[in-house]
Structure formats: C-alpha cells, structure tokens
Design a protein around this ligand. Structure first.
Ligand code: ARG
Length: 645
C-alpha cells in the first residue's frame, strides 16, 4: 500500500548523504539525513489519529533497522502534534543513557518554528510531552519519558528485540541488510600501475575498496568492482623499446625471465635518461603503440600481462575480486568526451594546453597536454562518461590516497558544469572520492623495509601468515589440527589481522604498520575477534545441542539485563551497516564488531551461565545470533572466520 506513495526511487533518493563523508567523524553524521526517507514516505500515508504503525511495514522497509522503525512511529506522532508543520522530519538517535535506548530530538527545533504562532505549547518540554503522548501504540516501544528540554526517550521492548532476533535466525541475516536508494554502483579501487610497484597505498585501496563493495553488495546494490590500472602513457614506449633490446625473443619472454618488473622499469628509465638514441626510439615507440601498430601492441600486452599476474597473486591471497578496465580501455572515448566538453564551452586554451578552469582553484585541470596527448584527467573524464552512460552507474566511488583529492574534486566539478552530474550532492547519479591516509613505519615515516626499499606486498602478506602460524603452533590445541587446518587458520588470522588493522581506523588518519600489535590476541585486533568467535562456536558445540533444531523450536527470552544489552546491540547491526555504507566508513562496522565481542564476553558470558542453566535454549540461541552477526561482519570486512582455536 505504502509503496504507492513512494517518491521515484532515483534520482530523487530518500536518503541524503554527507557531502564529504571522509571529513565528518562517524559520530557527527546527522541522524536526520538517514531518517528523511522514512518521514517523507509517510507523509501521505499518515492520518491525524494515532494508529498502530507496526502493520504499515512494506517490503521496502528494513525490518531490523530500529532507527527507521522508530522514525516512522515518531513521524505519526509529529503529524498529530503539529499538523500544520508539514516539513518536520523525525530526528531519532540511539543513546546509551539511563533513560532509554533511543531519543527523539525534535522538540527544541519545533518550538522555535511554532513559537508565536499561537499554539497550545509553552516551550520545548511541553512539545516533548505532546510528542510522547501522541505516539501511536507500537510493539517496539516498551516505555517512553521526556527529559530536559523535551527529549523523548524510548526504551525498546525486549520482547520485540527477542522476536526480531529469532526471525533473523530463521529467515537469515540478509533480512537485516540495508535498503539503499540506488541500484548500481562502480567502486574504483586498488588500481595499481603496470610495471611500477604495487605499494601499501594500493593495499589500503584494495582492502578499503573491497569492504565498501562487500557492504554495498550485501545491501543488494549491483557493484561493478573496477580495477582502473595505469596501463597507458608515455612510459610504455620506453618499456617496449627496452624489452626489444634486452630480449630479442621477447615474444616468448615470461615473468621469470624478466624477473622483477620494477627493476626492469628502473633499468629502462636509466637507459632512457642516459642515451639520447634510445630516448628517440622510445618516443617513436609511443607513437607506434598509440597508432595501434601490432608489434607494439603485442609487446605492451605482454608487459601488462606480467604485471597482472603479480597483482593477481596479491588479490588471490586477500580474496579480492576485481574486474580490470584499465586506463587504456577509455582511450577510444576521450576524443568525443573532450569534444563535448569543448562544445559546452568548458575547455579553454592555456599555454598551449587545453584546460578546464574550476572556480576557486588556481590551477586548471589539463585535459589535453601541449603535445596534443591525453592524460590522467582526460582518462578519468572519459571513464565517468562511460560509467554514467554505458554502465548506468548511480554512484561512482573512487578509493585512493588523500593526495588525489584535488584531482577528483576538479574532475567531479567539471562533470557538474557539463551537466553530467546534478549540482546537488544529495542527488543521483553522484561521484565520491574516498580518501585515505598513509601507512607509516615504526619510525613515523612512510612504511618501508629496513633497506629503505619499498615493501613487496606478497612478502608482507607471507610474513603476516608466518607470524600467525608461529603463534598458533604455540597453542596447545594446534597439536590436534591437521596441517591443512593449520595453514588455513594461519591465513585467515594473518591476512585478517592486516585487513582489520587497516579498516579499524578512520580511513583518513595515517596508521602505523606493526605486526606485533596487529597479531596480538588481546585488544582491538582481528585475532582477538576471531578467537572470540571461535569460542562462541565452541560453546554451542560443547552444549551437544542441535542448534538448527533449537532455532525452530526454542524461544529467546531476554530476562537478564546483560541479555537485553546483547540483544539490542545485535539488532543495531542493520543501522550500523547502513551508516557504514552511506558514509563509506568501514571503521564504523569494525567498532560495532569489537563492541559486540566485548558485550558478549564481558557482560553476557560473564554473567549469564549458558550450558546447563534453566535458560540454556534461549542463551544458546543468543550465542548463535552473536556468531551469525559476527560472521557477517567478518564477511563484510573480507575476513575469513575461524571456528576453532
Ligand atoms: N593508478 C592510480 C594510482 O596508482 C590510481 C587510479 C585511481 N582511479 C582513477 N580512476 N583515477 O595512483
């Protein structure tokens, strides 16, 4: 029914996103933004009499999302409380105070709107009282109260929490996935450069980008995972000529013969800089390559292939899927794109180059170099054009270090001027640059190995695995494992540790790479979390009960306060993932996961006996729900769960 009143899904989204998500801290994200939807969707459906809203849920609704459910209820109350104020949106936020679990913060803002309009209200507290009084009956709310200047606090019904968790256990955690207002996204991540090193910056991009893609996929978004590799440019002339020179039988040359492509790159660069004849040849090679000369194309493809197999080794280890559409892919589209931008009057002549000036930025965006060649920016413009028009992407997300922020800012603004993107940031289609900080070594400088060479990512991942293996062997239990199990657990823990150490920080901050810290089994590390998960699995195993059977026949009852705290936190998974997706902040999910594990261990499991207690069935189901949510978090973070330790 309600679906009839929905605004068009796109490009008029019901969610409004932060303009620069990387600038705001997670806590500063206005709940308003997240809740606009619910209220707007309800406007036409509500009447002036309070009514039960629990029956109004539609397929569209996120059943597990407490905030959204509450927003709907408060929206009904607001319509009744101030029928003349049609543009008021419910402001609902979670709160960990002693008065309640969630709060509606509309009273003060409302008061300043209606003051002097001759209403019955005397001030914010009386507005708050009315909002509370007009709340329609709902199974979600156990009790409500008004505090201070009109905050309406609500305590969530523990029966409802229990029921929601039980439904999730039966219907699957997918029923708690966010509903986002767009269908297709491009996530442009990893994107190393051919023949150059794939450095820790690319590792960060790979880890963060993969998580964002996973979170969006979980939210039923069709995600195009794009590896925008740097596979084009003048350096290829030099590389190709060097290949011909070093390997007369270059067509058969393999990775093993060339060895390390980075060393090959350095050697060719040295040759290029020192020998004018070679330089001349290399420059001609570029022209031939760009002109499509088969021999040059073939040599180029070969160099790319060698790099690619090196990149793939990193992706395989990390379990990351990517589809390569490198810079070269967009080449054929550039001339038309530049023509369109020129026709629209955006492109100007400047010192022999063709450029786009962007208001407030003193350097222009060069789109055609003075030698007539195209560059990084022209490729990115063509890529956006392609992604919008051919791939029909509604949200294009770029994951690179913060150093590229200005580049993307200029490219996006050029697209807005061209009318390819709406001017408003909360409309679709849209583009977002997801920036991240540096990885530092112990010395506080850019992360390097001891001999100041860059770190090879494969070596780094090997070390993580070997260290975690060594630590596992120390544990008594490991003696019972097969070699294959040990390998598998060592990988899960080692790679998981590297990923989690990266993802747990707000991505904008620099972080220090430290194996000892990330592999510590205490504190906020993947190791600690994976062990906590394994322990939960072992509680269930040791009970000797068939958990699948219990899901069907047992009932969750949240009697003890710590059971309730755990239950509420479990249910908050849905709104946390939505926030992490909307603001592109994986650390929000990490924080949630860490807190879940702390609540489970330090509150629930310390104070509520599970096996052998009168409440065993209910508590085993809570263990299973915690395990389920933890596994989904791991999955979204690209970490492979461990079931025994
Ligand atoms: N290859 C670039 C680099 O290594 C990153 C590319 C990012 N994506 C893009 N569409 N510009 O810095």
């Amino acid at each position: 029914m309600l679906a009839l009143f929905l605004p068009p899904a796109s490009p008029s989204p019901f969610l409004s996103f932060n303009r620069f998500p990387h600038i705001s801290s997670p806590s500063s994200i206005p709940t308003t933004d997240l809740l606009r939807a619910a209220s707007r969707r309800l406007v036409s459906a509500t009447t002036k009499t309070p009514q039960s809203v629990s029956t109004m849920a539609t397929e569209e609704d996120n059943v597990g999302n407490i905030k959204r459910q509450l927003a709907k209820i408060f929206d009904v109350s607001l319509r009744t409380t101030v029928p003349d104020e049609t543009d008021v949106e419910p402001l609902v936020a979670a709160c960990a105070g002693k008065f309640g679990d969630y709060q509606c913060n509309n009273a003060m803002g409302l008061w300043s709107k209606i003051k002097g309009k001759g209403t019955q209200f005397r001030g914010p507290p009386s507005v708050g009282q009315a909002i509370m009084k007009n709340l329609p009956p709902s199974e979600i709310i156990e009790s409500s109260s008004v505090a201070g200047p009109g905050f309406v606090n609500v305590v969530i019904s523990k029966n409802w929490i229990a029921k929601s968790i039980q439904n999730m256990l039966i219907d699957g955690i997918e029923t708690w996935s966010p509903r986002l207002p767009f269908k297709r996204a491009v996530v442009d991540f990893s994107s190393p450069n051919i023949a150059k090193e794939m450095h820790v910056g690319h590792l960060r991009s790979t880890i963060i980008g993969d998580t964002l893609a996973r979170m969006l996929e979980f939210s039923n978004v069709d995600v195009l995972r794009r590896n925008h590799v740097g596979d084009w440019g003048t350096q290829f002339g030099m590389l190709i000529e060097f290949l011909f020179e070093k390997f007369p039988n270059w067509e058969e040359v393999t990775e093993t013969a060339i060895g390390d492509l980075q060393t090959f790159y350095k050697a060719s660069k040295q040759r290029f800089d020192s020998d004018p004849v070679f330089k001349e040849k290399a420059q001609q090679a570029v022209v031939l390559l760009q002109g499509g000369e088969p021999k040059y194309r073939k040599a180029w493809a070969q160099i790319c292939e060698i790099s690619r197999s090196e990149f793939n080794r990193v992706y395989e280890r990390l379990g990351v899927q990517l589809e390569e559409k490198g810079e070269s892919f967009y080449n054929p589209y550039i001339p038309n794109v530049i023509k369109e931008l020129t026709d629209k009057g955006l492109v100007e002549e400047s010192q022999g180059a063709r450029v786009i000036f962007i208001d407030g930025i003193n350097i222009p965006l060069i789109v055609v170099k003075s030698d007539g060649g195209f560059n990084y920016a022209s490729t990115d413009l063509a890529a956006i054009w392609y992604r919008l028009n051919e791939e029909k992407a509604e949200w294009i997300i770029y994951v690179t270090d913060v150093g590229q922020q200005q580049h993307f800012d200029m490219v996006f603004r050029a697209c807005k001027r061209a009318g390819w993107l709406p001017l408003e940031d909360n409309k679709y289609p849209k583009t977002t640059h997801v920036g991240f900080g540096l990885v530092l070594g112990e010395d506080g400088k850019r992360f390097r190995t001891r001999n100041t060479e860059v770190v090879r990512l494969v070596d780094l991942l090997d070390e993580a695995k070997n260290r975690s293996k060594a630590a596992l062997i120390e544990r008594e239990k490991a003696a019972e494992w097969t070699e294959a199990e040990l390998e598998q657990i060592a990988e899960a823990v080692g790679y998981g540790a590297v990923k989690y150490a990266d993802l747990k920080n707000n991505r904008l901050t620099n972080y220090t790479f430290n194996f000892d810290q990330m592999l510590n089994d205490k504190g906020n590390t993947a190791v600690y979390l994976l062990y906590a998960h394994a322990r939960i699995c072992s509680i269930i195993r040791k009970s000797g009960k068939n958990i699948e059977e219990l899901k069907k026949t047992g009932t969750i009852v949240l009697e003890h306060e710590d059971e309730r705290v755990l239950g509420l936190h479990l249910l908050q998974f849905a709104e946390v993932v939505e926030e992490a997706c909307t603001n592109l902040l994986p650390n929000v999910l990490c924080e949630y996961l860490y807190n879940l594990s702390e609540i489970f261990t330090k509150k629930f499991y310390s104070n509520c006996q599970v096996v052998g207690s009168a409440q065993e069935t209910s508590r085993l189901l809570l263990c299973e729900a915690t395990g389920t949510v933890m596994r989904k978090c791991f999955h979204l973070l690209g970490i492979v769960p461990v079931y025994k330790i």
